[in-house]
Design a protein. Structure first.
Length: 131
């Protein structure tokens, strides 16, 4: 009898844990993100990253505050709760690595020839509103 009760409780707890893991919402970075990079060189300390989907592949563009020019991201990859891409700026390759802290906040870094710059980004629009 005792073994039966323990078995039933074990099955119950395993099913609750499994259901919780299956219901976890996958991070979706699609949208408009306001980013800040306070230690970046002047003119590059903030702006917007727009993440989208085209032909079932992630896309990204980056623009800086005060500029209307959108720099296309290359090698864009979304994996789990991470967003990675590269942009070319002033002859340099900048690799952006971001990780979700919440569905509306990411943090990470931009790496370039002169070092690393910490980044934070906050979602500016609802998920899937950017085409």
């Amino acid at each position: 009898m005792k073994n039966t009760v323990i078995s039933i409780l074990a099955i119950f707890f395993l099913s609750v844990i499994t259901a919780g893991a299956q219901n976890k919402v996958k991070f979706n970075p699609v949208g408009k993100w306001q980013f800040e990079a306070p230690t970046a060189p002047e003119g590059y300390t903030g702006g917007v990253i727009v993440v989208g989907m085209a032909e079932k592949k992630p896309t990204a563009t980056m623009s800086f505050t005060g500029s209307e020019y959108n720099i296309p991201g290359e090698r864009v990859k979304v994996s789990g709760d991470s967003l990675n891409f590269q942009v070319y700026l002033e002859g340099d390759v900048i690799t952006v690595l971001m990780k979700a802290e919440a569905n509306d906040k990411m943090s990470g870094k931009a790496t370039y020839s002169e070092g690393e710059v910490p980044l934070t980004a906050t979602r500016q629009d609802p998920i899937n509103s950017v085409k």
